[in-house]
Design a binder for this molecule. Structure first.
Ligand code: NAP
Length: 682
């Protein structure tokens, strides 16, 4: 029954009897938990010396592949996770958020890593900065994986997602993790970690697990370690002040409490689709996961004139929620995660009731489906109404982490904004309105207090992911009470586990460091046309200088007639001259780009498979008829698409005129066959 700790790639039981963990539904023992006797300093050492070293051998793309393989493996075992998840009080749809939601986070980060990061060991953050007159001294921000361990401390409500949403960006960054789930639901995290270990996909040391207290772990942290914490504000504050965290400036990200608000727009009166949407959204947020979601709607900010309608409609909707055994298909809402949690929510409702009236729920006795009220941690959805929300502090500061929410009436938009801000920082906020002017005013007024905001109306509701769903693509975190941290948000979330360094030097040096050609760096003249080379044969810096071509008036007229682009600047000498930028008819930008391609391509069948676009196209100077153009094409960056038979090659392209003035600049993007693929098609 005792949960394992994953220590240095071995399962180790903590000493002693441990603390008993019970089912949230039946009250029966599920497991015992103990981390007593673990050598936490040694775990950190193992993570840094074995896990980090192993992970850093792989490129971002290879680690992305690892995440995908892991996601697929966990998908195959999800039945087991669902079965055990019921003991936490979760219904099937609650478990879906936790289990499928967590696994899909791995998939998304895998895709982001392979599409948006290089197939390399260093990530280049932004373009180079040109710092000197002659271009011999430049700078580039780079990100490299931190050399420490990422300590993940998670809350009890999402034992799978909570782990995976932190693990995905951490592993993608190339950093090993030590995961500490909240005790009450740690048995589900432990099961998932067992399956992760069974998969054999992660290298040694990449993942360790502590079930129970973290002991003296914090005493051994150093400046290369990071802490990502999810839980209550009090615990975050306590841990953030740990002397070692302070003295070593250990990076600390906190996701904490949040009194998230949802504002009903003044236009969304009863009878409109938005009013219906609001009632549905609030009901779902209050009851999914039995309200134990850090993003759940706690404050229902509604126009005073229809606050009564909101209370009535919500009370009716909440009355239809069937509470009970989460394993039963008839049940909409399961149990809170533990008896302690239920006591705490009761206490918080009591506190709130001094400033707000309970208008629905709040009873100890209520109907249950297939469950015993004395054994399970069930709690009735409870709605409060606060008449004077601007002067009632508790409704903006007391978080009842369960199916509890308070209606706060407002008189005008300024008041709605003020009420929202009184939450002093939230993870998520939402606005339900079909009036885009209202949406803009409310967003501009409240966004500085939020990490994520959602505007729902009849046009997007069907496809909306909902108020309470953090997404791997989007930032999760919020200011103030929400902890001031930020997780996920695509590649942003990966960079939290990396060190950003501004590297200054010559263009050649920075090209060699970043594997991305920087203007001013040596151009290696290609001995053969670069389009005759395979992916492996092309070198960063390989350059082609083309012949020249004159642009005639006939060319411009022909292009205008052929494409139908008869914009006056290309076809009307007099009108063009009245334009402040031109002296007369000029060449179309797309004609320049087309002629450039005519100058640089090698037409014969070869390893270049396709041109899939251009980036950053700029026309720097007008091209008049009679001008002569030539092109410099330089291999800027190569990205191997492992297993596909090709790689992407980005070409820095510069079109100049007879006076060597740049008239157009852009990156040409091509797909180029690998040696193996090229050999197979010849
Ligand atoms: P908690 O009591 O603060 O616990 C959070 C985590 O911290 C648990 O893993 C807990 O482990 C650990 N912990 C507690 N004391 C510690 C210490 N001295 N040293 C190291 N670790 C320690 O919060 P909770 O009750 O589990 O979670 C509910 C709260 O989390 C709510 O307030 C909710 O708003 C917030 N939450 C926020 C988010 C978010 O994304 N922002 C998500 C979910 C929940 P033990 O369980 O072993 O004590």
């Amino acid at each position: 029954m005792k949960l394992g700790n994953l220590v240095k790639d071995q399962w180790v039981e903590g000493s002693g009897d441990g603390t008993l963990l019970t089912s949230a539904v039946s009250g029966k023992p599920v497991a015992a938990i103990s981390s007593e006797g673990l050598d936490f300093a040694d775990m950190l050492h193992h993570a840094r010396s074995v896990g980090g070293a192993n992970l850093r051998r792989y490129t971002f793309h290879e680690r992305g592949e690892m995440l995908k393989a892991l996601a697929k493996y966990l998908m195959e075992h999800k039945k087991e996770f669902y079965a055990l998840s019921t003991e936490t009080g979760a219904t099937r749809s609650d478990s879906w958020i936790d289990i499928d939601g967590g696994i899909s986070t791995l998939f998304v980060f895998s895709g982001k890593g392979r599409r948006e990061m290089p197939n390399d060991h260093v990530y280049l953050d932004g373009p180079p900065e040109y710092l000197s007159r002659n271009g011999t001294f430049v700078a580039q921000h780079i990100c490299t994986p931190k050399l420490g361990a990422a300590v993940h401390i998670n809350a009890f409500n999402f034992p799978c997602w909570g782990m995976l949403e932190k693990l995905a960006p951490t592993l993608l960054a190339g950093v090993p993790a030590i995961v500490k789930p909240a005790s009450s639901t740690a048995y589900l995290t432990e099961l998932m970690v067992r399956r992760i270990l069974d998969s054999g996909i992660l290298p040694d040391g990449a993942l360790q697990l502590i079930c129970g207290s973290v002991g003296d772990l914090f005493d051994h942290l150093n400046c290369q370690d990071t802490i990502a914490f999810t839980g209550s504000k009090n615990t975050a504050e306590f841990l953030q002040q740990h002397p070692r965290v302070v003295s070593e400036s250990v990076a600390f990200t906190a996701e904490t409490d949040s009194l998230n608000a949802s504002i009903l727009g003044p236009d969304a009166v009863p009878g409109t689709p938005e009013f219906e949407l609001y009632i549905r959204e609030v009901t779902r947020e209050m009851t999914s996961k039995a309200g134990q979601k850090c993003t759940a709607i706690r404050r229902i900010i509604a126009p005073a004139s229809i606050a009564g309608d909101v209370v009535t409609a919500l009370s009716t909707a909440l009355g239809e929620i069937r509470i009970g055994n989460p394993a039963s298909k008839e049940v909409d809402m399961g149990a809170l995660a533990s008896p302690g949690q239920r006591d705490e929510v009761r206490g918080r409702v009591n506190e709130l009731s001094h400033q707000a009236e309970i208008v629905y729920g709040g009873k100890d006795e209520f109907e249950l489906v297939d469950a015993d009220a004395d054994k399970g941690c069930f709690f009735m959805p409870t709605l409060l109404h606060c008449e004077k929300p601007l002067t009632s502090k508790a409704v903006h500061s007391v978080e009842a982490f369960g199916p509890v929410s308070t209606v706060l009436p407002y008189e005008n938009l300024d008041e709605a904004i003020e009420l929202s801000r009184l939450g002093e920082g939230s993870l998520a906020g939402s606005i339900i309105t079909n009036d885009n002017a209202v949406a803009r005013e409310l967003i501009l007024g409240t966004a500085p207090y939020h990490g994520r905001m959602l505007v729902i109306n009849r046009h997007c509701a069907d496809e909306s992911t909902g108020h309470g769903s953090p997404l791997p693509h989007l930032v999760h975190g919020g200011p103030g009470r929400a902890g001031g941290g930020e997780e996920m948000g695509g590649v942003r979330g990966v960079l939290h586990y990396m060190q950003r360094t501004a590297v200054q030097g010559s263009p050649e040096t920075l090209t060699a460091i970043g594997n991305r050609w920087i203007r001013g760096s040596d151009q290696k003249r290609a001995d053969v046309h670069p389009f005759r080379k395979t992916f492996e044969q092309i070198g960063v810096g390989d350059t082609l200088h083309t012949d020249e071509r004159e642009i005639t008036l006939d060319d411009i007229q022909h292009f205008a007639d052929f494409t139908g682009d008869r914009f006056y600047a290309h076809t009307d000498e007099e009108a063009a001259a009245r334009n402040p930028f031109f002296e007369g008819r000029v060449a179309h930008g797309y004609l320049i780009v087309s002629f450039a391609a005519g100058l640089f391509v090698d037409p014969d069948f070869g390893p270049v498979l396709a041109n899939y676009g251009v980036d950053d196209l700029r026309f720097a100077k007008p091209v008049n008829y009679g001008d002569t153009l030539k092109v410099r094409l330089t291999c800027k960056q190569k990205t191997l698409r492992t297993g596909t038979g090709y790689g992407e090659v980005r070409w820095d392209t510069e079109v100049t005129n007879q006076d060597d003035e740049v008239v157009a600049q852009y990156d040409v993007l091509t797909m180029v066959a690998t040696d193996e693929h090229w050999a197979s098609v010849q």
